[in-house]
Design a binder for this molecule. Structure first.
Ligand code: DAH
Length: 428
């Protein structure tokens, strides 16, 4: 099949009798518009792959939030992490009914993948706000893959990943209590006056005091998170925004690598959403962060499609890293890899641990630019014969050309000789 024919094929919509996802079944109808390409993306779950940079970034954010916010009593993490919500949601949960074509939001109904008239793939993690509040949670992060019909280019892909945060406050939690047990202010406005009207500053039901108190908590939370990711010195700015499920709403931008980057959207949650989830005595804030955009600038990943790469030249750069580590991606070659193993016995007096970094150094020194990855893949000791053996896998790849097995073999032999003469290993 030609590439264009393959692209055509992956766009063609094949309506299944039953659509099954995350252990639930749905009946597609005329609105069904999932391409086989998107169907395949649903099965991959790259956020769960430990070598994927998105997984690294997710752990960094979750670790930070857990370390920073604890329950007052038992000091356990305040935020519940919700990572396995079903990815098909109702159009109601997806907030479709709140969207109008004139809405200045990043999401339009025409961007959505529908399973049928009632169900779609979540277009944002905000789709879980309702159910999680209804289940009684006051502080939670929802993490996962979201889907939007989009052209594919360097910064757009039909699947990307978000973290949603929600925090609800009772009157005492948000406004504190005076020694006499009374609160200094109220959450909800009761006065039959201008205070009960919606204004750019607040919703009709909220007092200005409560809105401002929640706004300060929200902005502090997000500025601290942003400092954690981009460093304290990175300049930040708040921009007024519009989202149909929050009011007032803001976006946070960070000046990083010479440009302003939109990091997240947030706001004070619409009180009618809390009420519809059965929460009548609290007010809350919410935010949504797109992980790809942040990972691209933090790790220097130039193309969103790379997150889906299975190339070990890409994944090995993130594998085994600590979430707080500074990782910068080095462009991998488009040419094919050539993989060779090297196995040897260690001199009897040398321990495994003494050997490994010297071997890495020698392989990199002799192989130079052509060595993309080196990994210790096997180690064993035959106690009776007093023999210790190691195997290393070397991935060779050039930025300039496709390497032949023959030319790699020449370099590989040089590496073997160098290891034998420098460390007295016996090749197997
Ligand atoms: N769901 C929004 C989006 O995908 C992001 C967002 C904005 C989430 C504001 C929120 C919020 O929770 O309060 O564009």
């Amino acid at each position: 099949m030609s590439t264009t024919a393959a692209a055509e094929e992956s766009r063609k919509i094949v309506k299944e009798e039953v659509f099954e996802l995350d252990g639930r079944k749905y009946t597609p109808d005329a609105l069904y518009n999932l391409s086989p390409g998107v169907r395949r993306l649903l099965d991959r779950r790259i956020l769960q792959e430990s070598s994927n940079p998105l997984n690294l970034l997710k752990r960094r954010i979750v670790d930070y939030v857990h370390q920073t916010y604890r329950k007052p009593g038992n000091r356990s993490p305040l935020f519940t992490i919700c990572e396995s919500e079903p990815r098909v949601v109702t159009t109601y949960q997806n907030f479709d009914s709140l969207l109008t074509p004139e809405d200045h939001v990043s999401r339009r109904p025409s961007d959505t993948y529908y399973v049928n008239h009632e169900h779609c793939l979540r277009a944002h993690t905000s789709a879980h706000q309702h159910n999680l509040m209804q289940s009684g949670l006051d502080a939670f992060l929802v993490i996962g893959d979201v889907y939007r019909r989009d052209e594919v280019d360097r910064t757009h892909y039909p699947c990307f990943h978000q973290i949603e945060g929600v925090r609800l406050y009772s009157k005492d939690e948000l406004l504190g209590k005076k020694p006499d047990g009374k609160n200094v202010a109220e959450l909800f406005s009761t006065a039959a006056s201008a205070a009960t009207e919606r204004s750019p500053e607040k919703q009709e039901k909220h007092t200005l005091d409560a809105t401002k108190a929640a706004e300060i908590q929200l902005k502090q939370f997000l500025e601290n998170l942003c400092d954690e990711l981009f460093g304290k010195d990175a300049e930040k700015r708040w921009v007024d925004a519009y989202f149909p499920f929050t009011h007032p709403s803001w976006e946070l931008e960070v000046f990083y690598n010479g440009q302003w980057l939109e990091v997240l959207g947030c706001g004070i949650m619409e009180q009618k959403l809390l009420e519809s989830a059965g929460v009548t005595d609290k007010i809350g804030w919410a935010f949504g962060i797109g992980l790809e955009r942040i990972a691209m600038v933090l790790y220097g990943i130039p193309d969103i499609r790379l997150f889906w790469s299975k190339d070990t030249g890409f994944l090995s750069q993130f594998a085994g890293k600590m979430p707080g580590e500074d990782v910068k991606y080095k462009q991998i070659s488009a040419h094919p890899q050539v993989i060779f193993d090297i196995s040897f016995f260690l001199p009897s007096t040398v321990q495994f641990n003494d050997m490994t970094s010297d071997v890495y150094d020698t392989i990199r020194t002799v192989g130079g630019e052509l060595v993309e990855q080196v990994k210790l893949t096997d180690e064993f000791e035959n106690k009776k014969k007093e023999k210790k053996s190691q195997t290393y896998r070397i991935v060779y790849r050039s930025h300039e050309r496709a390497l032949t097995k023959e030319e790699v073999n020449v370099i590989h032999k040089q590496i073997e000789q160098s290891l034998a003469s420098s460390f007295g290993v016996t090749l197997r």
